[in-house]
Design a protein around this ligand. Sequence first.
Ligand code: GLU
Length: 382
Amino acid sequence: MQRKASNQSVLTHKIWSAKRIVIKVGSALLVDNASSDLRTAWLQALVRDITHLQANGTQVILVSSGAIAMGRGALGLDSRPLKLDDAQAAAAVGQVRLAQAYQALFTEQNIVTAQLLLTLDDLEDRPRYLNARATVEALLMRGIVPVINENDTVATSEIRFGDNDRLGARVAQLAGADWLILLSDIDGLYSADPRTNAGAEFHAHISEITPDIEAMAGPPVQEGTGSGGMITKIEAAKIATAAGCSMVILNGTDPAPLTRLKQGERATVFSAKADALTIRKAWIRGMMAPKGIVHIDEGAVKALTDGASLLAAGVKKLDGDFKRGDLIIIKDATGATVGQGLTAYAFDDAIKIVGCNSEVIKDILGYSRGRSLVHRNDMVLL
Ligand code: GLU
């Protein structure tokens, strides 16, 4: 059955021109509950949907659950819920199978996949966050589809996401995605649980997550015990929309949900207030604890005002003690502040490339984090 919402295509048509999308796939869609077998035909149709998006120029990241559900079947574990060590063993067994399935199905479409297993810690620790971001970027640049899951085998309850809704939102934030699509077994947000309340009202568009909206999802998530459901979806919407990423909750039960969305399938859209770059720049503008100062020449000041990144060649002098990703102030030859931004190189390395052409960075340092000391997307002019 196709559930249509008349005005919704106005909101969701933008998905088809998006630069970057994160699609979160829940275990219930991927794995048959009774047999614990992978729903291969369903996944094949999703892979075809993603292939169409990619052919249209949209980069796609998958956040996929299903490791525990697949491993549970393989190990013959029946109890519900599983003990932590059993769940972790199931995840270890299931994750390999999941990755194999994705690889096989994407290979049929000549698309390379990659696996990233992340923990909450990885995304809270700044250097690890930046490394994960750089890896995702490097994969997407090559047309590879990253398939991401929580690293369930090492994540203990204190440091777990526990649900891939919020992991999906953090990944969308990390990747600067324009859309996060949560494929679920429900078609969106209702004023009450539609399974128990026939009068529950469907919400097609949420422009602001008010306390009333939060109340519709039920009581708040207890950290570490999240198990999906509407509560974690609202939490995910808060993370995503604050990062400039709009979010959709879409029923993925029937095959090819993204094609169905394009055809007008009903869903709930949570709109981001601004785009990711605007929000990122506002955040950088508000940062107040610089770890260093970079003094630049006149040519570099001109380049920056023309919208370029700050290259090491335009740097006259560096002060401070900073790590990669720290805030540094940019000053001109007179000492006046030009702007501020996040440095791509730590002080110890940045000092070695001062005044140098970008082409020689790799020769001098033995690695390169890109051509610029401060990328234009990581910088605001003041
Ligand atoms: N990471 C878990 C798995 O792959 C799933 C978490 C969730 O259900 O959202 O089995």
